[in-house]
Design a protein around this ligand. Structure first.
Ligand code: COA
Length: 250
């Protein structure tokens, strides 16, 4: 089991499970093993009455640089679409308990799109959200192609998901991807405090209210599947392979 993701129960905030990216030397780029561990933690939380909320956190100055591009290159060289990514997305979308996230600094690729599935995201003012999918000859994932235009409008969704423009923490908040922004040193406290306040709510009412707001999950799953079909084909394209090789060669 990888230690590039740390899963722990918060000592200061009982009922809060923390999933922390812990691969700072690689900007918290996410490997297949890391996706697996995160998916397992989300599924386990649903079956564990002691866990009421999950909080995603990164390391100082970096939430995540997105999918490990070495793993993508391996797929481009002949592997199949990593099942671990899809399992993680399913677990995130189907999570029965609130998910909050705290971002300080870089949030790239799935490090951006996963927040579409978080109930509350707090980001530092120095955060940068960016999805270079098309530059890597890929397409948007995590049902971002469905959810982003709905919450931020088609122009901002295009700028984020297709043009690959970077959104600051403030821009991400104005676009509805993020709830609040704060100083870098306050991100963790604010995120865990928000999680702890949810722990204090009546769980049944919280679950129903959350379900009403999140809407039809099967529509989201269907879009993930549709994106995965394109994404998988793109991973095997010559232009994607060239983009991954160029990154690995830098
Ligand atoms: N996959 C694999 N390794 C990654 C990575 C990724 N997505 N992002 C960063 N790394 C690695 C770098 O290769 C480098 O490793 P090294 O020290 O062994 O050479 C290390 O993390 C530090 O990255 P570096 O590029 O030196 O830091 P930086 O501050 O100059 O730039 C980023 C940081 C995140 C802007 C840059 O690394 C980057 O663009 N990464 C790719 C992001 C991406 O395209 N993600 C996929 C989205 S679908």
């Amino acid at each position: 089991m990888t230690d590039h993701v740390i899963v722990e129960q918060s000592a200061a905030h009982p009922g809060v499970q923390i999933i922390r990216f812990n691969r700072p030397e690689k900007k918290n780029a996410i490997t297949r093993a890391m996706y697996s561990k995160m998916a397992e933690a989300l599924v386990a939380a649903d079956g564990d009455a002691a866990i009421r909320v999950t909080a995603f956190l990164g390391t100082e100055g970096c939430f995540s640089a997105g999918n490990d591009l070495g793993d993508f290159l391996a797929v481009a060289m002949g592997g199949g679409m990593p099942r671990e990514i899809v399992d993680f997305l399913y677990a995130l979308v189907r999570s029965e308990k609130p998910v909050v996230s705290g971002v300080d600094g870089l949030a790239i690729g799935i490090g951006t799109t996963m927040h579409f599935h978080c109930d509350l995201t707090i980001a530092s003012v120095r955060s940068q959200f960016r999805t270079p999918f098309v530059d890597l000859a890929l397409v948007p994932e995590a049902a971002s192609s469905l959810i982003a235009p709905r919450i931020m409008g088609s122009q901002r969704a295009f700028a984020l998901l297709v043009s690959g423009e970077a959104f600051s923490g403030e821009e991400a908040r104005d676009a509805g991807l993020v709830w609040k922004i704060c100083a870098p040193e306050d991100v963790e406290t604010a995120t865990l405090s928000a999680a702890a306040r949810l722990v204090g709510k009546p769980p049944e009412a919280l679950r129903i209210a959350r379900d009403l707001i999140r809407g039809d999950r099967e529509e989201i799953i269907a879009r993930i599947d549709e994106e995965v079909r394109h994404f998988s084909a793109r991973l095997h394209s010559a232009e994607a392979r060239a983009a991954f090789e160029a990154f690995m060669r830098r």
